[in-house]
Ligand binder design. Structure first.
Ligand code: GLU
Length: 317
């Protein structure tokens, strides 16, 4: 039986093979979906060609299959979605929720990284980036600048977009679409209901909730964002601890995180379950991946996941 309402997803960027940290995210989102008889989708976030590694998508998909993490339906490639992103930006601009900006990075750095809205009132700007306007300074003490959500793992999270983030980029000056825009357009397109991902993205979530509300208001499904309290989201979020190396850095290609080794799938799954606080029995370690996943789906507990933003990855995986 499939739950009609639960649709989860894993959304890797093809910047390198899966490592322990990305396996944990894939596994946790898969188990949470399957435990609730939901669907689990895979979306390839290939919207930043300069950061992509050729062959990474094939490797990631093979690694997922080798670990028994089989997705439902068709894969979605963000590189095929540029028309939808363009339309979303055009609609946001027509509604005066987004505007062109050509401020150089040095200027934004000199502001401490939080954009001051300098280009909001300017009109003709060549080769612009596009920014989404967050509720303005004068409203900063009112509820609409504050986004709150109850994270399934980390608990209550609150962020003031105006004072902590500022108007943010949805399309870069090199015309590439931002992660924030693409992820929101596609989560809506795919009717995603649950997002289980790494805590490195928790501070992006309020921006994404706000952007969803802007797009919902344009489609007439929600009142305009200014003037309505932004306190809830149609999506449910759970942010997992980030796997870090001995130096305290998030595992990534840049700091040479080891890729998962083919042939050690059962051990990888067992280690990931243990890391996620699921207390897999020792004798499961040498079982087949399908026996391990069956156990993990039945025994899955979000409450058992440590409520920490970061935890060291196992030294050997
Ligand atoms: N593509 C993003 C990444 O690989 C994850 C996006 C998301 O889960 O929202 O870090």
């Amino acid at each position: 039986m499939t739950s009609a309402t639960y649709i989860g997803r894993f959304a890797p960027s093809p910047t390198g093979p899966l490592h322990f940290g990305s396996l944990v995210c894939a596994l946790a989102s898969f188990l949470d979906a399957r435990h609730q008889a939901g669907r689990w989708l895979v979306r390839i976030e290939d919207i930043d060609p300069p950061r992509e590694i050729s062959g990474a998508t094939t490797t990631i998909l093979r690694q997922l299959s080798d670990h028994g993490l089989t997705w439902d339906g068709e894969l979605l490639y963000q590189s095929t979605r540029t028309e939808a992103y363009r339309e979303a930006i055009a609609a946001l601009q027509s509604a005066h929720l987004a505007y062109s900006c050509d401020c150089p990075r040095q200027r934004i750095n000199s502001l401490g990284g939080i954009y001051d809205g300098y280009c909001r009132q300017r009109t003709v700007i060549e080769n612009p980036a596009i920014r989404l306007q967050v509720p303005s300074e004068s409203k900063a003490r009112e509820p609409e600048a504050t986004i709150k959500f109850d994270d399934l793992i980390m608990g209550h999270y609150i962020q003031n977009l105006c004072s902590e983030i500022g108007d943010f980029i949805i399309q870069r000056r090199d015309q590439l679409f931002s992660y924030q825009l693409a992820v929101v357009v596609d989560d809506r397109f795919q009717n995603i209901s649950h997002i289980i991902r790494g805590a490195d993205l928790i501070d992006s979530t309020p921006r994404q909730i706000y952007l969803q509300e802007c797009l919902e208001s344009l489609s007439g499904k929600h009142p305009a964002p200014t003037g309505s309290p932004l306190t809830s989201s149609p999506l449910t979020y759970g942010h997992l601890p980030m796997a870090i190396n001995a130096e305290g850095q998030k595992l990534s290609k840049q700091n040479h995180a080891a890729a998962l080794v083919a042939g050690k799938e059962s051990q990888n799954l067992w280690l990931a379950l243990q890391w996620l606080g699921q207390q897999p029995p020792d004798q499961l370690k040498n079982e087949s991946i399908s026996r391990i996943l069956d156990w993990a789906i039945s025994n899955w507990s979000l409450n058992a996941i440590p409520k920490q933003l970061a935890m060291p990855a196992p030294s050997h995986y």
